[in-house]
Write a protein that binds this ligand. Sequence first.
Ligand code: NAD
Ligand code: DAU
Length: 354
Amino acid sequence: MILVTGGAGFIGSNFVLDWLTQSDEPVLNLDALTYAGNTDNLASLAGDPRHVFVRGDICDRALVDRLFAEHRPRAVVHFAAETHVDRSIHGPAEFIRTNVQGTFTLLEAARAHWSSLAAAEKAAFRFLHVSTDEVYGTLGRDDPAFCESDTYEPNSPYSASKAASDHLVRAWHHTYGLPVLTTNCSNNYGPFHFPEKLIPLMIVNALAGKPLPVYGDGQQVRDWLYVKDHCAAIRGVLARGRVGETYNVGGWNEKPNLEIVHAVCGLLDELKAHPEGPYARLVTHVADRPGHDRRYAIDASKIERELGWRPAETFESGLRKTVRWYLDNAVWVERVQNGAYREWVSTQYGSPAA
Ligand code: NAD
Ligand code: DAU
């Protein structure tokens, strides 16, 4: 079996669901169920013996040791993290704990387990660390896209904590020989995306007739990738990636935020027109994010060249699927906006957007 951490979050749950449609290899899913973890995402796996869910913290070494000993996973796919840049600005401590201390704990437990294996199992073992393009910092308008050899220049508490975890993973390979792989991916979107992040926030607010808060001038650029394409990239790296290597993953799809917001509004106008007129009437420019990175762009040619991976979705097809998914899953959307969510919205945006 494989051990997935953070498998009740956005990308982790998409990964687990996809994995089990492609293979019968069981998944041991370790997730602390923080505000971002949602067992509703995994509801379709109820009663499926291939999915073993454990609620627990990656910082809990005794628990992680016990899971390795009992289940003897052949690989770890490590998603668990604190992931929202704005939350990292309000409260960085949890980011250091989970992203740095948690990754350290997991690496140490994996190393202890791996060291005890027979030669063949030892050679086959993999620790795949899921990271982000934000570790590379920000790009100017005409700079080339991030490639794997770029220097790390993280600018937010979130990206600094992810950069630290990437460095630990690298060191555990160079020093101890642990067979690691790292992926650095751009912005994902798709089903089960928690509505604190741009695209689901815009969908959920628009449907509720609330303001659509655009930070600053809305000209910040991100490179968007449909989540299932990210999951396919991770499967490819796990199966065929070269040990010790890092792989950038991206959609070849750079867009300014304002364009994204208008694209979401346009799809909603088409699929669920509002009697008061186009959803874009709700666009509201608000104060910018402190230290806001201006542009990210990923050069994904290494993973394409070495592993033959390319995104299957275009932005148009992926966004249409995503908006459709939110319209078709009103119960999920309603349940995810619980008290803790409303508290966050009021902390970040004040009551008008709540
Ligand atoms: P998410 O916030 O939706 O989910 C994170 C999951 O980790 C949640 O289920 C949460 O309960 C769990 N978790 C948090 N702390 C934990 C702990 N101490 N122990 C166990 N579980 C814990 O995150 P996501 O957007 O799905 O991102 C997953 C990974 O992918 C992260 O490592 C993130 O840095 C990386 N990533 C995300 C994106 C993106 O666009 N969302 C892009 C590139 C990389
Ligand atoms: O690049 C990969 C990263 O993408 C991941 O590592 C992070 O975990 C993930 O959260 C995401 O980070 P971003 O900060 O880019 O994503 P977010 O959805 O928060 O914001 C996307 C852009 O939209 C960013 O420029 C900020 C802007 N934004 C965001 C929100 C929530 C707004 O203008 N208004 C908003 O209300």
